[in-house]
Design a binder for this molecule. Structure first.
Ligand SMILES: C[S@@+](CC[C@H](N)C(=O)[O-])C[C@H]1O[C@@H](n2cnc3c(N)ncnc32)[C@H](O)[C@@H]1O
Length: 389
């Protein structure tokens, strides 16, 4: 159409035909209903509390752990608390975290997904532990701009405040582009209990995402894959954003020398912001805290993925009563890409592509696809014989 014709429509002097609205909507990647009539078919994001989710029971669990002299404070408890969730967001504004965040290879990731997902394929982006969902929203916007039409955004998080921000951020996009958004407040460890919420009437390709190192903070990543993601369909994708190991070596002194956190190459500002976040549940829920100190150690025994090591943060709390308590307040595992890929294959996730990013390539993104794991090759079982005695 002519520029003059378009101007007349913009000024409201000419009412376009439905066909013209449709073509304009296609060219601008907008929902025709919204462009022509201000209507949006999917409406605002839908928010659901997942069946069985009980925040009060989780808080009771935290308080019971804090009563003891020692314990492990799972990540869940940090994000359940809105003040901790707020401190986590402040941490992201710290320059070192910020530069890592902005180096994320979104364009490359998009090219990989673009090649994998056919134009006509109905597709869901499922953000597991999505937080404020900035990356999930960027991803779905980019898929939309690449002519993918039948899309849905499913956001799952345990934090009311972070999920609230994610819902607000996705709202306008959802309205203008007719992309339904479903926000789920819940625990991803219980995912199979409500996986029916993630399935539509017809088969859809799902792309599960775990951005922001969430997978590496899990107590046991292999159990998570087996318990929470075993139901996922053949052909679905999993994108993990992880810290890479600073060295392939398993020698403790070499790891201590190379890892930026363990060798204290990161500034004091980085450490104090991270420690503030990690100790929140202790400082706010224990009575009479006089001092709360964190120290960071290398842990090679708690890692289940071959080649990985953990940076573990341990807090010592001195109370006014004279009592001292010690808690593990966070793990961050680091992975050797080849060994991670080999192990993920055994767990039923085949590596499609991997990307490195950030200063010294500390960030690692792996794109995996679900396949049926082949039975492990082993020795043929011996025919049963009766053992004497
Ligand atoms: C390290 S943050 C990453 C957030 C986000 N993906 C990003 O890249 O900015 C971890 C996120 O996982 C969420 N989370 C932690 N444990 C969870 C659980 N058991 N179930 C659901 N969400 C969880 C937290 O609330 C938080 O938003």
């Amino acid at each position: 159409m002519t520029a003059q014709g378009l101007q007349l429509i913009e000024k409201g002097r000419v009412v376009p035909s439905i066909e013209t609205v449709d073509r304009l909507a296609q060219a601008t990647n907008l929902d025709p209903g919204w462009l022509g009539f201000g209507l949006s078919s999917p409406g605002t994001p839908q928010i659901t509390i997942t069946p069985g989710f009980d925040a009060d029971a989780l808080i009771a669990e935290l308080l019971a752990t804090l009563k003891g002299p020692t314990g492990v404070i799972d990540d869940v408890f940090k994000y359940l608390d809105p003040v901790s969730a707020h401190e986590w967001r402040s941490m992201l504004r710290q320059p070192d975290f910020g530069s890592l965040f902005s180096a994320f290879p979104m364009a490359e990731l998009m090219n990989i997904l673009g090649d994998q997902i056919a134009t006509e394929q109905p597709c869901d982006i499922v953000g597991l532990g999505c937080g404020t969902a900035e990356r999930e929203i960027t991803l779905i916007k980019k898929l939309r701009s690449r002519q993918r039409r039948d899309l849905r955004l499913i956001l799952l998080d345990i934090s009311v405040s972070l999920l609230g921000t994610a819902v607000h951020a996705s709202d306008e996009f959802s309205r203008t582009h007719s992309v339904p958004v479903l926000a789920l407040l819940g625990d991803f460890h219980a995912l199979p209990e409500y996986s029916h919420l993630l399935t539509g009437d017809s088969p859809r390709r799902r792309v599960f995402t775990m951005f922001g190192y969430t997978f590496s903070n899990l107590d046991n990543e292999v159990q998570f894959l087996r318990r929470s993601l075993a139901w996922v369909d053949h052909g679905d994708y999993l994108i993990l954003d992880l810290p890479a190991a600073a060295t392939d070596s398993s020698d403790a002194s070499e790891i201590m020398r190379c890892d930026p956190t363990l060798s204290r190459k990161r500034g004091t500002d980085w450490h104090s912001t991270a420690f503030q976040f990690l100790t929140g549940p202790l400082r706010r829920n224990l009575d009479g805290v006089m001092e709360c100190k964190v120290h960071t150690e290398l842990d090679q025994s708690s890692c289940v993925i071959p080649g990985s090591y953990a940076v573990v943060n341990k807090a010592t709390v001195k109370l006014r009563s004279g009592m001292e308590k010690r808690f593990v307040v966070g793990y961050s595992k680091r992975y050797v890409p080849e060994k991670l890929a080999k192990h993920m294959e055994v767990e039923g996730w085949r590596l499609i592509e991997r990307l490195h990013y950030g200063p010294q390539n500390v960030g690692l993104v792996v794109v995996l696809q679900r396949h049926d794991p082949r039975p492990r090759r082993g020795r043929k079982p011996k025919p049963e014989t009766e053992h004497p005695g």
